[in-house]
Every structure is written in structure tokens, then in C-alpha cells.
Design a protein around this ligand. Structure first.
Ligand SMILES: Nc1ncnc2c1ncn2[C@@H]1O[C@H](COP(=O)(O)OP(=O)(O)OP(=O)(O)O)[C@@H](O)[C@H]1O
Ligand SMILES: [Mg+2]
Length: 315
């Protein structure tokens, strides 16, 4: 079982609109609702692979109840932590020309009691988990050290833990020695305070995160593929995609692919790359099923092309 923790989930409402015009009434031609949040995406990808997953998340108000309903409908077990504040609704405006404008709400502030319940819920579920995946930003009311506490508790219970977050929450958490962290290029550059121009720069930054405490680093570099750096070595994986439809959630699909395949070594990296490539071929944040994967398109090598220039340098 893969347990996911999404401290700041959302109800994602997408409106299809012809074009945006400030100050006018815009009539949507279509609308949809999805459960949102990075841990939620990882659970959706794990469920799409036919594996068991439990999503721990604070849920409040009518939007929170809708998020739970939408997750159940996708075969995802939910371990809700009831909170007084309403779960946030994030708005996406999808124009016909493919431009997406998003408005993300901050989400409710958790009380001291709710914070304690959230930690307890993670611990109660983690006993049967192969992995815990902690994903996304922290809501107001959770200290930057919150993920670090979850890592320490997971290790006390003998459970492995993966982390996909950014900024101070990432830097605090790596000190607690998480089993793997999955920054993208921008998050990696920010964490080390240096721009990344080449694969070699990304490798140096990943090594730096390991020096700070992360046991393994799975760095996702968009179209430039992924790097895995751990105690056993360094690998680079990539897969060419002809037609990119949406890169939203590709990193979450990658992390799910990595964990489903055991969560370490080159085979798990290959699975992460296959899931990332499949996710970008699918619309929106749709997560790939096994039928969407093309493992033959993935190459993994221990011979990291350090001099290769990144298509999108990270600052
Ligand atoms: N244009 C692309 N072509 C091929 N593969 C891609 C492309 N974009 C993303 N991928 C694959 O998906 C992986 C994850 O993408 P990315 O690094 O953009 O994640 P991310 O920024 O964490 O995404 P998110 O947080 O939205 O889930 C990449 O490492 C790569 O394997
Ligand atoms: Mg990401």
C-alpha cells in the first residue's frame, strides 16, 4: 500500500472559456471538478496502476465532502481528518487556444488540535504502508518543520518516506533523512541557491541535497528527463515525447511510478520516466494506466550526460 499525505488539498474547478476578457462576464462552454493536490495525484496514479493507496488529507466543509466523493469514485481510500475551515477551491480557466490561467486559494488554517489529528492519522495508516509519500505545500498553521516530523515518525515505525515539496519545507525535511525527495529543476535550483544550466549542474545540486540529508534524490527535469542519485550510484533516464498535451501532474505521476516499482535503483527510475512521459501525452492532470505506458521508449544510463544543456534552464 502507498500512503499519500496531502496537507493542503483542493477541489479543482476547471472552466472551458472561449477567451479571457478582464471585467466582462465570460460564459463557460464546459466545466469539470477534480480532486486536487500533489499527494492526491500520486494516489490517483497508484490507483490507476491497480495498486492500493490511502490518501490522508484534512477535509472541511462542502468542498471537502466533494473531494472525498470524487476520490472514492476513483477507487481511492480516503483517511479524512475533519477540519473546521472549508477545503479550498482552485479555479482553472482553460481557453480554447490552450492557455491555462489558474487561481489557487490559500486554504484553511489548521488549528493545533487539527494538526495533531493529521499527524495521528498518518501514523495510524502508516503501519500497513510500504511507502509514505508527502506531497505539496503546507497550509497555514503547519510549521516548515512539519514534514520533518512526519519523516522522523515514519522512520521510528520502520516505514520508508518520499517527499515532494519545495522551499523551507523541503530544506527542513531533508535534515530528517527522507528516503527519497523529488524536486523538479526549479525546486532543486531554489534549494541549493544556484541556477541550473546543464544536467551536470542538476547532478551537483542533487548531491548537495544528499549532503544535507536526503538519502536519495529523484530530480525531474521536464523534457530533459530525470536523475536518480543514491548511495549505490547515479543514473539518468529519459524518453522522447512527440506530442506533449499537458505537463500538469507529470512529476506526481513520476513519483508514483518510482514508488510502484519499489522506490529505488535504475528500474524504479525507468518506471518514473515511463510514467512522466505517459502523463504528458494525456490531457490535464489525467494519470496514466499501465496501457498508457511505453517502457520501450525509456533509456536509463549510469553514464550521465553532464555537459548536456537543459532545454529550460532553472534559476
Ligand atoms: N516535454 C516533456 N517531454 C518528455 N517528458 C516529459 C516532458 N515534460 C515532463 N516530462 C516527464 O515528466 C517528468 C516530470 O516532469 P516535471 O519535471 O515537469 O515535473 P514537475 O514540475 O514536478 O510536475 P508537477 O509538479 O506538475 O507534477 C519529467 O522528468 C519527464 O520524465
Ligand atoms: Mg512537482
Amino acid at each position: 500500500m502507498i500512503l499519500t499525505v496531502t496537507p493542503n488539498p483542493s477541489l479543482d474547478r476547471t472552466y472551458e472559456v472561449p477567451a479571457l476578457h478582464r471585467g466582462e462576464v465570460i460564459r463557460a462552454t464546459g466545466e469539470r471538478m477534480d480532486p486536487g493536490g500533489k499527494g492526491v495525484n500520486v494516489s490517483r496514479a497508484v490507483a490507476a496502476a491497480g495498486r492500493r493507496t490511502v490518501a490522508v488529507l484534512p477535509l472541511g466543509g462542502a468542498p471537502g465532502a466533494l473531494v472525498a466523493d470524487l476520490l472514492h469514485a476513483q477507487g481511492i481510500e480516503v483517511a479524512p481528518v475533519p477540519v473546521t475551515g472549508a477545503t479550498r477551491s482552485n479555479i482553472a480557466l482553460a481557453e480554447t487556444d490552450g492557455i491555462l490561467t489558474k487561481i489557487n486559494a490559500p486554504g484553511p488554517e489548521l488549528t493545533a488540535a487539527e494538526r495533531a489529528h493529521l499527524l495521528d492519522a498518518v501514523r495510524a495508516q502508516s503501519r500497513t504502508a510500504d511507502w509514505i509519500a508527502c506531497c505539496g505545500s503546507l497550509p497555514r498553521g503547519l510549521a516548515a518543520t512539519w514534514y520533518a516530523d512526519v519523516v522522523t515518525r515514519a522512520h521510528a515505525d520502520g516505514t520508508r518516506i518520499a517527499l515532494d515539496t519545495s522551499g523551507p519545507a523541503l530544506l527542513e525535511a531533508v535534515r530528517a533523512r527522507p528516503d527519497v525527495v523529488k524536486p523538479n529543476a526549479e525546486e532543486l535550483a531554489q534549494a541549493v541557491g544556484r541556477p541550473l544550466a546543464t544536467i551536470g549542474d542538476a547532478l551537483d545540486a542533487a548531491e548537495r541535497l544528499r549532503a544535507l540529508g536526503a538519502r536519495a534524490v529523484l530530480a525531474s527535469l521536464g523534457a530533459d528527463g530525470q536523475l536518480l542519485v543514491d548511495d549505490a550510484g547515479t543514473w539518468y533516464g529519459s524518453a522522447h515525447v512527440d506530442t506533449v498535451r499537458s505537463n500538469v501532474g507529470a512529476g506526481d505521476a513520476s513519483l508514483a511510478g518510482f514508488l510502484i516499482a519499489g522506490g529505488n535503483g535504475p528500474d524504479a527510475l525507468a518506471s518514473a520516466v515511463a510514467h512522466g512521459a505517459a502523463a504528458v501525452r494525456l490531457p490535464g492532470s489525467v494519470m496514466p494506466t499501465p496501457a498508457d505506458l511505453d517502457p520501450t521508449a525509456v533509456t536509463v544510463t549510469a553514464d550521465v550526460p553532464v555537459d548536456r544543456v537543459l532545454g529550460e534552464p532553472a534559476v
